[in-house]
Design a protein around this ligand. Sequence first.
Ligand code: G3P
Length: 223
Amino acid sequence: MKFFIDSANIDHIKEIASWGILSGVTTNPSLVSKEGKDFKQVVQEICGIVDGSISAEVISTEIDSMVQEGKEISKWHKNVTIKLPTIPNGLAVCKILSSLNIKVNMTLCFSVNQALLCASAGASYVSPFVGRLDDINQDGMALIKDIAHVFSVHKIKTEILSASIRHPAHVMDSAKAGAHIATIPYQVFKQMIQHPLTDKGLEKFLADWNDAMLKKVPDSVKV
Ligand code: G3P
């Protein structure tokens, strides 16, 4: 499973990119507006940090303006993926943009049927929101499993991008359920790398090494 970061924060993206594990970045209008910067500038900065799919979302909901916006944003960088909402106009625009070889990530997906429609419209990625389903007492991870099963039965190439991830177990379960990608918030990456036994083990290795070095009598003082 590939890792994307779900963020528009340049410092956070740089830090996680420095781990060498990022294959892409997803943004959304909420994340971009939190940064208080120009949308184009943020997207281009991100494209300069991570060499992979960078999702940037349109904010129109009418077909013509969505197409226009999508085409414009796609010119900002070769790695830009256009993010569209999973609504009827989103499907129509997905079909148009994907026919022009512009990659599309269909966002706000909450059902297998929506995912199938997105795939039929030519989406490169479909983003089921696991956390928001869990929030309303539905099983977000069951949706990932079901989409992965149906896509595999029908040999559908659209990649499943597990989104709205809230904690490390969501990442592990997305991988088990067959998601191709998980888009993960900065804080969750920080939690994923942590393990108390790693810290304790490292501390002991270094302490043992330093003890041995202190005890070692240098050859120069031997008689
Ligand atoms: O970027 C889309 C998605 O990951 C949003 O997550 O936590 O706002 O439901 P959240």
